[in-house]
Design a protein around this ligand. Sequence first.
Ligand code: A2P
Length: 343
Amino acid sequence: MKKYNVAVVGANGAVGEEILRVLEEIDFPLAKLVPLASARSLGTQVEFNGQNLDIIELTEDVFEKEAVEIALFSAGGSVSAKYAPFAVKAGAVVIDNTSHYRMDENVPLVVPEVNPQDIAKYKETGIIANPNCSTIQMVQTLKPLDEAYDLVRVDVATYQATSGAGKTAMKELVDQMQAFFAFTLDEAKVEAFNQQIALNVIPQIDVFTPNNYTKEEMKMVNETTKIMHKEIPLSATCVRVPVLRGHAEALTLTFDSQVNADEAKAILSKAPNIVLVDNPDEELYPMPKDCVDANETFVGRVREDLFANNMLHLFIVADNLRVGAATNAVRIAQKWVEMENQA
Ligand code: A2P
C-alpha cells in the first residue's frame, strides 16, 4: 500500500500534539511526518514514535519542499486561510480543523461515521473541513437515532472544557486555581476567556452574533444541517466549564415518532464509535474525567421525556481534542486514503 507524507500544521499545539498521538496509535500508511509551527517554535521538537523531530517553520513553499500529500491544519483560522491554498497548490489534500472553510459550499464538512460519502467532493477545492468539536460528538449520536425515529428538533446545552481554546487557555485555568489556593485569585490573569474560568461557568463561547446566540452556538446549528443533509431545528446554549479535557452535552431530542429509551440504548450501543455508559442502579454515566485519550463518544442518562412520548433526553461526553478534533481529522485522512486507493 502506498505511504503518504503527512504534515501537521500546529504540531506543538493542543490539537496538533493529539494528532501525533492518534497517528502513533493507529496503523496509518505514513511515509514521513512533517511537524510545522511558527518561527517562534524553531529550535524546539515534538516527539513522534520515540523520535524527536525538529519543528519546521510553516512557510508558503514548505509543502512543496517536503512533498506533503496530506496536510492536517490546526493552527487557527487565519493560518488556514493564508496557508491551506499553498498546500493545495503543492498537490496535498488539506484536512482543516478550523472554522475557516466549514461553511464554504464547495468544501465538504465531514464526520466519517455520518457523511463519509461527502469526502469525494474534496476534489473541487482540495480541502476537507473538520467540524466544531461540540458538533462532532453530537452528530455521531444523532445519526443512528435519526435513522430510527426521524429527528425533528434538537435542544442542547454544552459543558465545554478549556482545551477547546488551546494550551494557553488550559494553563489559565490551572494558574487561576493555583492563585485561589495562594489567596491571590483576584490578581490572576483573565486573558484566554473574557471571564475568570476557575470556580466559574461562562455561558459564552466565542463572540455574540446579532441574534444573541454566540458564534459557537450558531456553528452547532449550521454545521449539523450541512453534515446531516437535513434542516434540523436546533437551539444550543454553549457553556465553558472549568474542566481541562472532555466536552459534555445535555441533549433533548424530539422525533417524528414515538420513542422507547431501551430501544434507543440498543441502537446507540451498536452505533460506530459510540459507547453506552448508562446504569442508574450502579450510578454509571459518562464524565469528562473518564473520556480523556478515548476515541469514542460516551452516551448515558438516556431517558424518555416525562410528558411527551416522542422525546428523549441524553448526556454525552467525548475528549474534545480527540473525537472533537484529532481523531476525526485522522479518520477523514484514513477514509481519503481508502478512496484514493480504490480510484
Ligand atoms: P507556535 O507555538 O509556533 O505559535 P494551541 O491551539 O494549543 O494554542 O496551539 C496553536 C498551534 O498553532 C501551535 O502549534 C502554534 O505554533 C501554531 N500556530 C499559531 N500561529 C501560527 C502561525 N502564524 N504559523 C504557524 N503556526 C502557528
